[in-house]
Design a protein around this ligand. Structure first.
Ligand code: FES
Length: 202
């Protein structure tokens, strides 16, 4: 799921910044000249990052021009993949996983924190228009649930209090540390358990 509703307010123009144009050209160079279209996902990702986490229609047209692709083909890609948004989601886009493993470990406490700190309703911008949140399906970090993704970073092993703290920091412009909030390194077992090392028959 993502914000697939097309924004009524659209910028007239979109172009890559100098740095992103360079990155885009490097992506395009990875493919044979008649297969430029293969760079479409990478270019859309760059456009979304440049435009505060959403893709305006002008960016779809611009990328269509760069890749010599029909506009509608790029539109099909954007609407198919869940990671692309077609409406503003704010500079900070919070995605809370509420699939079963995270849900049974307290994901709805994270949702409560988002409602309190960002907006009562999901997919709605906060008052300062800087942030929004939504529930999403599994983000592939089940063993560290409950968790949320903010822009490109994963915050894991959370509870309501920790979620509030992270959102507060983000909204102040700080950069909280991604990863486990119970002190684990990646998804290592807690309490220094080393079953496979200690039990020869494991
Ligand atoms: S169930 Fe939440 S990350 Fe997989």
């Amino acid at each position: 799921m993502s914000l697939k509703k097309i924004s009524k307010v659209q910028p007239e123009l979109f172009e890559f910044s100098k740095k992103n144009l360079e990155k885009a050209n490097n992506e395009i160079k990875k493919y044979p000249k008649d297969k430029k279209a293969s760079a479409v996902l990478a270019l859309l990702y760059l456009a979304q990052n440049q435009n505060e986490n959403w893709i305006p229609l002008a960016a779809i047209k611009y990328i269509a021009g760069l890749l010599n692709m029909p506009y509608i083909k790029i539109y099909e890609v954007v609407t198919f993949y869940s990671m692309f948004n077609l409406s503003p989601v704010g500079k900070y886009f919070v995605q809370v996983c509420t699939t079963t493993p995270c849900m049974i470990r307290g994901a709805y406490k994270l949702v409560e924190a988002c409602k309190e700190k960002i907006s009562d309703k999901e997919k709605e911008l906060s008052k300062d228009k800087n942030c929004s949140w939504m529930e999403v399906e599994c983000l592939g970090a089940c063993v560290n649930g409950p968790m949320m993704q903010i822009n490109d970073n994963y915050f894991e092993d959370l509870d309501k209090e920790k979620t509030i703290k992270i959102i507060d920091q983000i909204l102040k412009g700080d950069k909280p540390k991604p990863g486990s909030y119970r002190g684990r390194i990646n998804s290592e077992p807690e309490n220094n358990r080393k079953t496979l090392v200690e039990n020869k028959n494991a």
